[in-house]
Each structure stands twice: as C-alpha cells, then as structure tokens.
Ligand binder design. Structure first.
Ligand code: NAX
Length: 327
C-alpha cells in the first residue's frame, strides 16, 4: 500500500457527485493500491444532504477510503489536495442570460482558484466538470497565477466517450478496438467530434463509415447527446459524466495507453491555430502526470471549419469574462 492521496470534489451532494465519490473511493481513479482521503466542498444549504452521502460512503465499507472531510469553505476543502475535481457549479436558472451564468460561475471559480492557490498541495491538478467547463477552467487558472497553467483542465472526455460509443455501434466493433478519437473545441453544442484519425481494430474509421453518416448522424448525435439524455431521463447525464471525469483524471495521472490518445480541454499553446491561453479540447497523450497535445495532424476541411467556429465561441466567452473583469 502507498500513502493516501487527498482528492477534493466540489458539488458532492449533486447528482454527478453521487456517482463520482463512490467510484473514487472504490479505487477506480487512483488504482487498487492507493488509499484515498476525500475532501468534499458544498454550499451551506447542501451540507445536510452531503452528510447523507457521507453516511452512505461509510456504509459501503470501501477498503481504500481512509477519510472523508466535508466543508463549505473552499480553502478548507482544498487543503493539501493533490487532485481537485470541480463539479459544483451554478446551473442556468429561469430567465438567466448567458452573461448572468458566466458572472455567477465566474464568482465561484475565481474564489475556488484563489483557494486552490492558497491551500492545495504543490502537486495539485485540477479538472473542471461544472459548466461552462472550459471558461470556468480559464477563470480558475487566472485567479491562481502561482499554479502552472497546465495544471488546469476541463472535461471533454464525456463527449469523447460518446463519440467512441457511436462509432462502435455503427461499425459493430467494441469500444476497446477504437483508437485515436478526437474532440476539438468547446464543451458545448459547437464541439467537434472527429473520427478522421481514428482506427477501428486497426482499419481507418473513414474506410468503414460514410462521410454523410459522419456529417448527418455522428457529429450531431454526439453534440446533442446531453439534451437527448435530459429528454429521456428528465435530468442531465450523471453517472456517465462521473465516469468520464474518472477517465480524464486517471489517464492524466497514470498515462494514456501506448498508440492511443484521449481528448482533454487544456490551456492552448497555440497548436492548430487555437489562440494561446484559451482552454480548448485537443487530442492529448499523458505520461508521468503531464499531458502533451498531439501535434502535426492534418485537419480535414470540414473539421477545420467546425474547429474555427467552436474556437470563435471560446474567444467570445473569454471576451465576455474579460469584460466582467474575471480574467
Ligand atoms: P447538480 O445540480 O445535481 O449538483 C451540483 C452541486 O454543486 C449541487 O449540490 C450544488 O449545491 C453544488 N454547488 C453549487 N455551487 C457550488 C459551489 N460554489 N461550491 C461547491 N458546490 C457547489 O448538478 P450535476 O448534475 O451534478 O452537474 C454538475 C455540473 O456538471 C453542472 O454544471 C453541469 O452542467 C456539469 N456537466 C458537465 C459535463 C461535462 O461534460 N463537462 C457533463 C455533465 C454535466 O452536465
């Protein structure tokens, strides 16, 4: 057994939190030999519900779970954390404009960025799941100038996993046979699921599926999947979002498999013409706790145009939060 790792999770009383905390405590993120201490942040009005979740975590008697601490104070929750999964966010309420949503979340992610800088461990790595995830990550990073930029990431792994599932279903392959799927851009309806570099059991995906299917079915199905889940389930994706958050953090910490890559929203280095500093989704490989963007891919003309549109949206979001003085 190695020493325990402190993992902070925000929004622990929410529906993603309910799935995520148990998966972490079961060892799905850090591995079967690494004990975990959970540090959960919630808003004061959700602390009672969170106590119920903590009772259930105790009742699961999970051998790797060393300790659970809860707090409604960000610096207390993030104290000594090596990993922070920022799930809690302000949802869009009735009559709320996008600008109001950015402002409400801006306040949350500014405060949490500062608290991470003040209290988290030197090895802190941050995954933002709470929406608008990419811009929330940008805001948190701006509030924590002493934490290296590359430690702030946002979740597009759910979109990546949805793309894998759609291609597997279309080709009759197993998800495990697919390599090199990519999601570019923003975690929003403008996201760009891209199978042009993917292989299915070693065969290029483009040889197995029609271009018309990609354009008319694959891309819109993946991009609209969140809305389809809400329509069917009456509430938004939760277990799959938790699972993707685990996949993202696990691959970052423990590495992507040889010959494959994943999709993560990371601070742009200027690759593929994405303006430096924007938090955008790219194909990345991970090793030794660090990610690197897969460089040098040829972008299909359709994909390149869609990536430009998604990146334009990210730039517009950045301009809005700049106006609000958040970055
Ligand atoms: P819920 O509303 O069920 O839970 C959110 C929880 O966060 C609540 O318990 C709330 O009290 C808490 N919270 C709010 N502000 C907080 C703060 N300042 N500090 C700590 N906790 C706070 O939402 P849930 O379905 O769990 O979704 C959470 C977030 O994930 C939402 O922003 C949602 O839009 C986003 N998603 C992101 C996805 C992605 O792929 N990036 C996919 C799934 C999901 O839609």
């Amino acid at each position: 057994m190695t020493s325990p790792v402190d993992v902070a999770v925000t929004g622990g009383a929410g529906q993603i939190g309910y799935a995520l905390l148990f998966r972490i405590a079961a060892g799905d993120l850090l591995g079967p030999d690494v004990p975990v201490r959970l540090r959960i942040l919630e808003v004061p009005q959700a602390m009672q519900a969170l106590e119920g979740v903590v009772m259930e975590l105790q009742d699961a008697a999970l051998p790797l779970l060393e300790d659970v601490e809860t707090s409604d104070d960000a610096a207390t929750a993030f104290s000594g954390a090596s990993l922070a999964l920022l799930v809690g966010a302000r949802p869009r309420g009735p009559g709320m404009e996008r600008g109001d949503l950015l402002a409400a979340n801006g306040a949350i992610f500014t405060e949490q960025g500062r608290a991470l800088q003040d209290a988290a461990g030197d090895d802190i790595r941050i995954v933002v799941t709470g929406n608008p995830a990419n811009t929330n990550a940008l805001i948190a990073a701006s509030a924590a100038p002493d934490i290296p930029r590359e430690r702030f990431t946002a979740l597009t792994r759910l979109d990546h996993n949805r793309a894998l599932a759609q291609l597997a279903a279309r080709t009759g392959a197993r998800v495990a046979d697919i390599r090199r799927m990519t999601v570019w851009g923003n975690h929003s309806a403008t996201q760009v699921p891209d199978l042009t570099h993917a292989t299915v059991a070693g065969t290029p995906a483009t040889e197995l599926v029609e271009r018309s299917w990609v354009r008319e079915s694959f891309v819109p199905t993946v991009a609209q999947r969140g809305a389809a889940i809400i329509a069917a389930r009456g509430s938004s994706s939760a277990a799959s979002a938790a699972s993707a958050t685990i996949d993202h953090a696990r691959d970052w910490l423990r590495g992507t498999p040889e010959g494959d890559w994943t999709s993560m929203s990371v601070v742009s280095t200027g690759a593929y013409g994405v303006p430096e500093g924007l938090v955008s989704s790219f194909p990345v490989t991970c090793a030794d706790g660090a990610w690197s963007i897969v460089e040098g891919l040829e972008l299909d003309a359709d994909v390149a145009a869609q990536v430009r549109a998604s990146v334009d949206e990210l730039e517009a979001e950045r301009a809005q939060v700049r106006e609000l003085g958040l970055v």
